[in-house]
Design a protein around this ligand. Structure first.
Ligand code: HEM
Length: 150
């Protein structure tokens, strides 16, 4: 991402997170509106999760210019998500829900900002999906090693 795009994202993020958990609440509302099948995977009280989710997105936004440092923690988060039942296609749904939530809360939203945000969220979900894939591959390796033990 260009420094200009990163600057635009950072200032738009500051606007949409002025009130704590506002963005996360909107994100989950958007997510469950388009994918009600995902609701049962989450705890009924989302308060704690909203805080965690916003903290994670905030951390990424603050570090957009050094995403390499976040690759491993995001991979670990993706590996955890395998146990919570997140499928690859759900990440696309989540990305669109997050972009829609930010757009809905932004005072100055346009096609450029939407494109930049989609790239930024893609930069979050790609390492998460990689982490999920590595986690699954390691489970296969362990099984295979077990099977070849004498
Ligand atoms: C933009 C992508 C996503 C981000 C940044 C994200 C972030 C997070 C974070 C930070 C947590 C809390 C982790 C903790 O408490 O240790 C969490 C939990 C969770 N996420 Fe995600 N997530 C994403 C996508 C998804 C998707 C696609 C699903 C699909 C089902 C999903 C389902 C869950 C569930 C079920 C939990 C755990 C709820 C529980 O505590 O039981 N997430 N996520």
């Amino acid at each position: 991402m260009t420094p200009e795009a990163i600057g635009l994202i950072k200032s738009s993020y500051a606007g949409v997170t002025a009130k704590p958990r506002q963005l996360a609440a909107r994100f989950y509302a958007e997510l469950f509106a388009v994918a009600p099948n995902l609701r049962p995977l989450f705890p009924s009280d989302l308060t704690l999760l909203q805080g965690h989710f916003e903290a994670a997105v905030g951390l990424v936004v603050r570090n957009l210019d050094e995403m390499n440092a976040l690759r491993q923690p995001l991979r670990d988060l993706g590996a955890q998500h395998v146990h919570w039942g997140a499928r690859p296609e759900d990440y696309i749904t989540a990305r669109e829900a997050l972009v829609a939530a930010i757009g809905g809360l932004s005072s100055s939203w346009d096609g450029t900002l939407e494109r930049h945000w989609r790239s930024a969220v893609t930069a979050i979900i790609v390492p998460m999906l990689e982490g999920a894939a590595v986690h699954t591959a390691m489970a296969a390796e362990r099984l295979s090693a077990e099977a070849s033990e004498p």
